[in-house]
Design a protein around this ligand. Structure first.
Ligand code: MN
Length: 390
């Protein structure tokens, strides 16, 4: 099941997949802009998918039309009660439940109501940040310092959830209100994705697939390639605008009339020249020099018929050690980076990849313990942005 649509401003893609091991898909998703929901049902066949479907259905009907975190939370609470009612009415099975991560986006505001271990992530300025906190036993153990995030990935209790719909009639979801930026990308997913694919890899896949549906497809494919132990559900939502977000000049009508036509033209030409000059002298990209990866400042050859780039820094990375696709892009057109810092972090990632692919350990054992801990940190290190209640 896959959907790709653009609606007004938001564009999005989604996919849910049974995975490679399970026989039934108990996950469910909803894409009804500005509302996006992932539910991961539990309780087994004819229970898990019943619970997740009830939750999706109730939230679709009860979610507010305007962004209101409390009202979205109430819709999730309604869904919780509806699961209990369904069991009493003989639907599904006793003990069935579901996680729920419900998001709404309007303009640069994002609200989330969450219960369970399905996650929302934000890709901002090429960096993936986990927004939600899992309601799981291993998350509690991580926070109390008893295990590390990398130990959590293989912990025997890793699928034990401490909060969900259908478990406690008084359940309250966590509510988040966040400010997002133009060009940001939201990812909502069930644990079938992040338990198989590490955050660094999710980030890389999101960064290399501009189309949100292709990104969603690639994420599901990656989870399946790594074993597909669980049902996998992803929704990718793109906010309009360029990543890094510059505003389009929205000149008010009265102001525009007040300025003479010649004045506007002069302004446009001047701004254009400044922008072009800034772009030419400050664009950073990765290119090849003597068989190695180099950081260039300027524009790759041939663009706009101008060639004004120079090597900013050389690296020790041999082009031949990179994955063929990346090597080809660097050689053919160069890989554009938002900043020198972004180029450095990309270089670091290539170095990590080369180091990992040259080691003989199985993929799970080569996991970088810094990656999950960085994401665990990021959800608490930004209190100004994340307003959690309940
Ligand atoms: Mn799951």
């Amino acid at each position: 099941m896959a959907k790709a649509q653009a609606t007004g401003a938001l564009s999005f893609g989604s996919r849910t997949d049974v995975g490679r091991v399970r026989e039934h898909n108990e996950d469910n998703l909803l894409v009804k802009p500005p509302l996006f929901v992932v539910c991961d049902g539990m309780g087994g066949h004819e229970a898990g998918e019943v619970a997740s479907e009830i939750a999706i259905d109730v939230i679709a009907r009860h979610a507010p039309t305007k962004l209101d975190a409390d009202a979205l939370g109430q819709a999730v609470e309604e869904a919780n009660l509806a699961i209990f009612q369904a069991v009493r009415a003989g639907q599904g099975k006793e003990g069935m439940g579901t996680t729920c991560t419900a998001c709404m986006i309007q303009g640069t505001k994002l609200i989330i109501a969450q219960s369970g271990d399905s996650r929302a992530y934000l890709m901002h300025a090429s960096r993936l940040q986990q927004l939600t906190r899992d309601h799981s036993l291993v998350q509690d153990l991580i926070e109390s310092g008893e295990i590390t995030p990398s130990e959590a990935r293989t912990h025997p209790w890793r699928s034990y959830i401490t909060r969900a719909l259908g478990i406690d009639p008084a359940m309250r979801p966590d509510l988040y209100e966040l400010k997002v930026s133009p060009g940001d990308r939201l990812l909502i997913c069930s644990d079938g994705l992040y338990s198989m694919v590490e955050d660094a890899e999710i980030e890389r896949i999101l960064a290399t697939h501009e189309n949100p549906q292709l990104a969603a497809d690639a994420l599901v494919e990656a989870a399946n390639e790594r074993g597909g132990h669980d049902n996998i559900t992803v929704i990718v939502v793109d906010l309009p605008g360029n990543p890094g977000g510059h505003k389009s000049g929205d000149v008010g009508r009265s102001k525009a009339f007040a300025v003479s036509l010649i004045g506007i033209l002069v302004l446009i030409i001047a701004l254009g020249a400044i922008a072009l000059n800034f772009w030419m002298t400050n664009s950073i990209y990765l290119g090849e020099a003597d068989g190695k990866v180099a950081i260039y400042r300027g524009m790759p050859d041939g663009m706009a018929g101008l060639s004004s780039s120079e090597i900013e820094e050389m690296t020790d990375i041999d082009i031949d050690d990179l994955q063929p696709g990346i090597a080809k892009r660097i050689q053919d057109e160069g890989i554009k980076c938002d900043s020198l810092d972004a180029a450095h972090s990309l270089i670091e990632r290539y170095e990590d990849e080369i180091a990992q692919s040259s080691s003989k350990m199985p993929p799970d054992a080569t996991s970088d313990p810094a990656a999950p801990s960085a994401s665990a940190e990021s959800q608490t290190s930004d209190p100004a942005n994340t307003n959690e209640s309940a």
